[in-house]
Design a protein around this ligand. Structure first.
Ligand SMILES: Cc1cc2nc3c(=O)[nH]c(=O)nc-3n(C[C@H](O)[C@H](O)[C@H](O)COP(=O)(O)OP(=O)(O)OC[C@H]3O[C@@H](n4cnc5c(N)ncnc54)[C@H](O)[C@@H]3O)c2cc1C
Length: 373
């Protein structure tokens, strides 16, 4: 247990997912002292579709991860099916690439450590208190003193964040599978009250990840296998994967209580980024890029703050304005698209309409992707 609060970090970051790792690397490379607390130990798997919009490719490379060397699948085709197998296709103008969170978060964690970030693993933060002009961050490994605290703990709010947020009623399930699958394709298959994304990642592996409601699972005796048999496998494409692919994980990876909405960018003295500031519906496929882009925006503001060019209030104001300008429309688009999916008649009608209006289809896809940064 460390209780040395004599040492004062410039910034403590709570949560070492993409948002937290990317922010920590940028700050450390700019010469600031950074403490990053992560409750798990790298490398570890995460529920995520693992399709990253191409907008983030250059940014990740600039942080020091040579993506070209990893020879990752580049994805530029999208197929969507309705529950009954009705299919539409579209090219993805910007497109994306596939990499597992196991690999990506681990590689970024190595870069963070090399850049000078003090990265504590197996170390959940348990409280943040304001003391004199600094913050005392409490964790299972001790107390730490910091000038600034950022929250990048993801979708699930830690108990010490005292804000009213409605608990989400979605669950996410992920598998890695081995099956023959084109490297340039992402498939999105609808089923009753949910949808499932499938695309290639690194290591010749395919990621199969789906989102559905807690109610759907309850209606299937809280049994994931039963849920898959009774609902997902009604879609002929999904039936084929579940029957024929080799499933690598012993058990599915699952998370619950997921919701999608914009939250506050500042709470309890903590500046939020990534999903902690607002989670996008996964069908838009770009929560990871939003997390990384928010770290870039926040880094630029924090840098100005430490150079005394912005006060704390100005930092929060200008970060919040930029956050809204960059992400509000994408989060709203995701929210409305989410409503169209997983509903038998609405989904089928929407897909039929989009099949006849390919320009509208492409426009909708464009709204969910951002420019390169
Ligand atoms: C089913 C599903 C599919 C998705 N598919 C895609 C996709 O294909 N493409 C895409 O771009 N996005 C996708 N997303 C969204 C994407 O996963 C998130 O937007 C992204 O991971 C957000 O990154 P983050 O860094 O904010 O949070 P996270 O990656 O969730 O990281 C948060 C980190 O904080 C840690 N943590 C939590 N609490 C504490 C604490 N108290 N102390 C210390 N550490 C803590 C966690 O262990 C975790 O490592 C999907 C989401 C879901 C639910």
């Amino acid at each position: 247990m460390q209780t040395n609060i004599e040492k004062i970090y410039d910034c403590t970051i709570i949560g070492g997912g993409l948002a937290g790792l990317c922010l920590s690397i940028q700050l450390a490379k700019a010469g600031y002292t950074v403490l990053l607390l992560e409750k798990n130990k790298y490398p570890f798997h995460k529920v995520c579709g693992e399709y990253i919009s191409m907008e983030s490719y250059d940014f990740i490379s600039r942080l020091g991860l040579n993506l070209d060397e990893l020879n990752l699948p580049k994805i530029n085709q999208l197929n969507i099916t309705a529950h009954n197998g009705f299919k539409i296709k579209s090219p993805l103008t910007l497109g994306g690439f596939g990499i597992s969170r196991y690999t990506l978060d681990y590689e970024l964690a190595l870069i963070a450590k090399k850049s000078g970030v003090v990265l504590l693993e197996n170390c959940p933060a348990t409280n943040v208190a304001f003391q004199n002009t600094n913050y005392i961050v409490e964790s299972t490994l001790g107390k730490f003193n910091s000038k600034l605290v950022c929250g990048s703990y993801g979708k699930i709010e830690p108990a010490f964040i005292k804000r009213e947020t409605k608990k989400g009623d979605y669950i996410g399930i992920k598998y890695h599978i081995k099956t023959k699958f084109p490297t340039d394709l992402i498939e999105l298959h609808n089923f009753k009250d949910g949808y499932c994304g499938i695309s290639m990642v690194d290591n010749q592996t395919v990621c199969l990840c789906y989102l559905t409601t807690k109610k759907n699972l309850n209606n299937n005796n809280n049994d994931i296998k039963q849920l898959e048999k009774n609902t997902l496998m009604q879609n002929p494409y999904l039936k084929k994967y579940f029957e024929e692919a080799e499933f690598i994980f012993e058990k599915p990876l699952a998370i619950s209580k997921i919701g999608f909405s914009k939250k506050e960018t500042y709470q309890n003295g903590i500046v939020m980024l990534g999903d902690a500031a607002g989670a996008i519906a996964p069908l838009c496929g770009n929560g990871m890029s939003i997390a990384m882009r928010s770290s870039k925006i926040l880094f630029e503001k924090i840098d100005l703050f430490f150079q005394n060019k912005l006060s704390k209030e100005e930092l929060i104001d200008s970060y919040t304005r930029e956050w809204n300008k960059n992400f509000s429309l994408r989060i709203k688009t995701g929210y409305y698209l989410q409503k169209l999916f997983g509903k038998y008649h609405t989904t089928l009608l929407s897909l039929r309409l989009l099949k006849h209006c390919p320009k509208l289809f492409e426009k909708l896809i464009t709204l969910t992707h951002g420019d390169k940064f």
